[in-house]
Design a protein around this ligand. Structure first.
Ligand code: GTB
Length: 217
C-alpha cells in the first residue's frame, strides 16, 4: 500500500525545503518507497478531519492502511524500521543512529525553533534586536558541541543514517542566519546531505508543489 503524507498547500517557505514534510520525503526517497501527498490549507489543518490525524493541527502526517502517524521523528523512524537503508543492522549502531535522531529533535532543534518563532512572533517588537544575539548564542552552544563531535567525519556515526537525515534537516533550518557557516565541518556536512540524490529528488518534489501553485520554475 502506498503511504500518504500531508504537506502545505501553500508553504510559507516558498518550497525551499524548510517545511517538515521534507524530512519524510527524503526518508521515502532514501529507501525507494513511493508515496502520495495530500496538500492541505492552513484552514484545513485546523479542522476536525485533519486534527483526527494530528491533534495539534500540523503537517506532516502519515497514513498507511489503518495506521496514522504524526511527528516527523515517529514517521521517519517508522519508515526506517520498515525498509533497509536508514538504520544499521548492527544492534548497537542502530541504537546510536536512533539516539542521533533524538539528539537532532530534542537537543539541537529546540533553540533553532525558538529563533524562528522569535522572528515570526516578535520580529517587530523593540526587544527583538537585543534578544536575537542571545538566541544565536544558544544555538552556537549546540553547534560547537556538534561540530566537535563530528570532526572530520562524513556522518555522525559511520555510514549515513536516519540520524544524519534528521540532523541535516534540522541544521537546514538555519539557512540565511550564517550560523552553520561559522562551522566549516557542519556546513560541509549539510552540503553532503543536500548532495545526496534522494535529497535532490525530495527537494524537487517539494518545490514542484510551490512551482505549480505559483507558476514559477
Ligand atoms: N514536532 C512536529 C514534527 O516534527 O512533526 C512539528 C510539526 C510542525 O511544526 N509543522 C509545521 C506546521 O504544521 C510545519 S513545518 N505549522 C503550522 C501550525 O502549527 O499551525 C514548520 C515550518 C513551517 C514553515 C517554515 N517556513 O516557512 O520556513 C518552516 C518550518
Amino acid at each position: 500500500m502506498t503511504p500518504t503524507i500531508t504537506a502545505f498547500e501553500n508553504s510559507p517557505d516558498r518550497g525551499r525545503e524548510l517545511a517538515r514534510d521534507m524530512r519524510v520525503r527524503w526518508a521515502f526517497e532514501e529507501v525507494g518507497q513511493r508515496y502520495d501527498v495530500r496538500l492541505v490549507s492552513f484552514r484545513e489543518m485546523k479542522q476536525a478531519a485533519h486534527r483526527a490525524l494530528n491533534p495539534f493541527g500540523q503537517i506532516p502526517t502519515y497514513e498507511e492502511g489503518d495506521l496514522a502517524l504524526f511527528e516527523t521523528g515517529a514517521i521517519v523512524f517508522h519508515i526506517a524500521e520498515h525498509h533497509p537503508g536508514l538504520l544499521p543492522d548492527d544492534a548497537d549502531a542502530r541504537a546510536r543512529a536512533i539516539m542521533w535522531m533524538f539528539a537532532a529533535l530534542n537537543t539541537v532543534e529546540p533553540p533553532i525553533v525558538e529563533r524562528g518563532q522569535a522572528r515570526f512572533a516578535e520580529g517587530d517588537k523593540p526587544w527583538y534586536e537585543e534578544r536575537l544575539p542571545i538566541l544565536d548564542d544558544r544555538i552556537r552552544h549546540r553547534l560547537n558541541d556538534l561540530s566537535r563531535r563530528l570532526g572530520d567525519a562524513a556522518w555522525l556515526d559511520g555510514a549515513f543514517s536516519a540520524g544524519d537525515l534528521m540532523m541535516v534537516t534540522v541544521l537546514r533550518r538555519l539557512e540565511g542566519s550564517g550560523l552553520v557557516e561559522e562551522y566549516p565541518n557542519l556546513a560541509a556536512y549539510v552540503a553532503r546531505g543536500e548532495a545526496r540524490p534522494a535529497y535532490r529528488r525530495a527537494f524537487e518534489a517539494q518545490f514542484a508543489v510551490f512551482a505549480a501553485a505559483s507558476g514559477e520554475r
